[in-house]
Design a protein around this ligand. Structure first.
Ligand code: FAD
Length: 557
């Protein structure tokens, strides 16, 4: 297997080397880097912006692990399987929940400070879909910021980890046998490593996070453009479960024209007892699910969307006035500040909320060692699909997944290194040249892709709505091809490379979502409202055709 397509880009003007090159500096990437170092391998972390600019630092609620008295991995497993709606890989979930508690303890040993009670025990809260208090948090609602701070400090402290910031990774490089041998990247800056270059490595780990920027309204930061999934597709890797995008039910509603990253109002606010109410003050979740406001996210997002449709409203409300000022200030300082910054005081008024794209349950398909279908290419964190989330991620399982599977990748690399199975690789330059260049859309395509996706492939989907999205996306791709044929292509630069990645990922997502003719987990088809286990209790595997179009094939049952 070799790279079949590549982004249009200048030839690399410089080269660097590492044993393992890790793409991305969130919880997943930094955990891989710290752990491969312990095995004596030289790690390089390349990251698109500053080290802490991914989703990790935005995580609020916390990290789920069976740490509390009476809780067990088995109960955590049960809750995860229920949320996953029949599509979790049970063995992957078992790995997550059994290795999770110790992985959190190791994170604490690395320096992350979690909130503790007066007795010194870690405080645990509840979130949607969890039948136990098992969410550890830090700084009240600033868990991700604390995890990021601790991991960034640890990698900065390790001279054996080379860090390259402002480096947009473009494509994979392989050797003559099709094994990952490094990558191409564009460094924004000045000096010896400026512009497009290449990093040669014995193995490559993708930890590029999510793809929320495919939609207009998202909780994800600007860097979450699905680059890792797009790179993997171009490299011939299998990608799966792309249709399962989790929409967070309670995102601060900033008006009908708001675009890009929007502030999240964590599930933990409902966990502590805030109520969802409609414009008339009615608690509409009561009676819809045994857990009411704490039902799994897809149920809550659907109920909010349904109520919004019924009432012709643009948002619902989250009412936490009964917490009082002191609880808001101590337990949810970040959310309180972000609401107040937008003119809403949750102490005295209910918060306007609506669903927005939040989490990609699917991604680059891996086994339980984080190996993708391309030898030497690994993936972990949100970019990966390890099988733990199935059709819907259980709240706060994602930071944990990033930790656990990053550690497993590092262990596998260490083992292969010890066994002499991780030799230096020689890049197959001819194969790289033979890969077909993908034409770049103009940077303005980003907003158009987001509009098409939110309109046709958001919380509510139907064959007709997705056909509209697919047609709009196909037009953007045709225009990019036409401009290349006329020798008037868009300039290769960060904005156009990101637009190309968004276009590919959006096209693949719509293709999969259109094919899955049922409602399951966070994939909600208005035209197929029932879950259809007979036909669809299986995954859709997406790959690229020779012409560069994504195609989704149902896995054998
Ligand atoms: C607002 C918000 C709240 C959340 N709350 C929680 C929570 O409470 N609990 C929980 O478990 N999960 C939560 N999540 C989800 C969780 O934060 C993410 O799934 C997780 O942090 C992803 O970690 P990661 O390491 O995979 O990716 P990220 O932290 O997103 O990091 C990705 C990295 O890859 C880099 N990158 C991307 N593309 C490229 C490229 N082409 N070249 C180079 N670098 C690249 C980025 O710059 C970034 O450094 C939340 C997410 C958001 C957005």
């Amino acid at each position: 297997m070799s790279v079949t397509h590549r982004l249009t880009a200048p030839a690399p003007g410089w080269t660097a080397t590492a044993d393992v090159v890790v793409v991305g500096s969130g919880v997943a990437g930094l955990t891989v880097a710290l752990n491969v170092r312990k095995a004596g391998l030289r790690a390089m972390v390349v990251t698109k912006a500053m080290l802490d600019e991914g989703s990790t630092r935005w995580a609020q609620g916390g990290i789920a692990a069976a740490l509390g008295e009476g809780d067990t991995p088995e109960q955590h497993l049960d809750d995860t399987l229920v949320a996953g709606a029949g599509l979790c890989d049970e063995e992957a979930v078992r790995t997550l929940v059994t290795e999770g508690p110790d992985a959190v303890r190791r994170l604490i040993a690395t320096g992350a400070l979690f909130d503790r009670g007066e007795d010194g025990e870690i405080l645990l809260t509840r979130e949607g879909g969890h039948h136990r208090r098992r969410i550890a948090h830090a700084g009240g609602d600033a868990t991700g910021a604390e995890i990021s701070r601790a991991l960034v400090a640890a990698v900065r402290d390790d001279p054996g980890i080379e860090l390259i910031e402002h480096a947009l990774v473009l494509d994979l490089l392989t050797d003559a046998g099709g094994h990952a041998a490094g990558l191409t990247l564009h460094v924004m800056g000045e000096g010896q490593r400026d512009g497009v270059g290449a990093v040669r490595a014995r193995a490559v780990v993708l930890a590029t996070g999510g793809m929320g920027q495919v939609f207009s309204a998202t909780t994800n930061p600007a860097v979450s453009t699905g680059d890792g999934v797009a790179l993997a597709l171009r490299a011939g890797a299998a990608v799966t479960d792309l249709e399962f995008v989790q929409f967070h039910p309670t995102v601060l509603w900033l008006g009908p024209d708001a675009e890009g990253q929007q502030p999240l109002v964590s599930e933990a606010v409902r966990g502590e007892g805030a109520h969802l109410v409609d414009a008339d003050g009615v608690r509409f979740m009561v009676g819809q699910h045994e857990l009411a406001e704490l039902a799994p996210r897809d149920i809550v997002a659907k109920a909010i969307t349904r109520r919004m449709q019924e009432q012709g409203a643009e948002h619902m409300f989250l009412d936490g006035r009964h917490f009082g000022a002191e609880m808001w200030e101590h337990r949810f300082p970040t959310i309180l500040a972000s609401c107040r910054a937008h003119g809403i005081d949750p102490v005295t008024a209910p918060i306007p909320v609506a669903p927005a794209a939040h989490y990609a349950s699917g991604g680059v398909r891996t086994d339980r060692l984080g190996r993708t279908s391309v030898p030497g290419l690994y993936a972990c964190g949100e970019v990966a699909c390890t099988g733990v989330h199935g059709a819907n991620r259980l709240a706060s399982n994602s930071l944990l997944e990033g930790l656990v599977f990053a550690e497993r990748i590092a262990a596998d690399l260490a083992e292969r290194h010890r066994a002499g199975e991780l030799p230096e690789r020689t890049v197959d330059v001819a194969a790289t040249r033979a890969a077909r260049p993908v034409p770049l859309p103009p940077s303005e395509a980003r907003a158009e892709i987001q509009r098409l996706m939110s309109r046709g492939a958001g919380v509510l989907r139907s064959a007709a709505s997705m056909a509209d999205s697919a047609a709009g996306l196909a037009l953007l791709a045709e225009q990019a091809h036409a401009h290349m044929a006329e020798e008037k292509p868009a300039d290769p630069r960060v904005e156009t490379w990101e637009a190309a990645n968004l276009l590919l990922v959006a096209t693949a997502l719509v293709a999969a979502a259109g094919q899955r003719e049922e409602t399951r987990g966070c994939h909600w088809r208005e035209d197929f409202p029932e879950r259809d286990d007979a036909h669809w209790r299986r995954h859709l595997i997406t790959t690229l055709t020779a012409s560069g179009d994504p195609v989704s094939t149902p896995e054998e049952q």
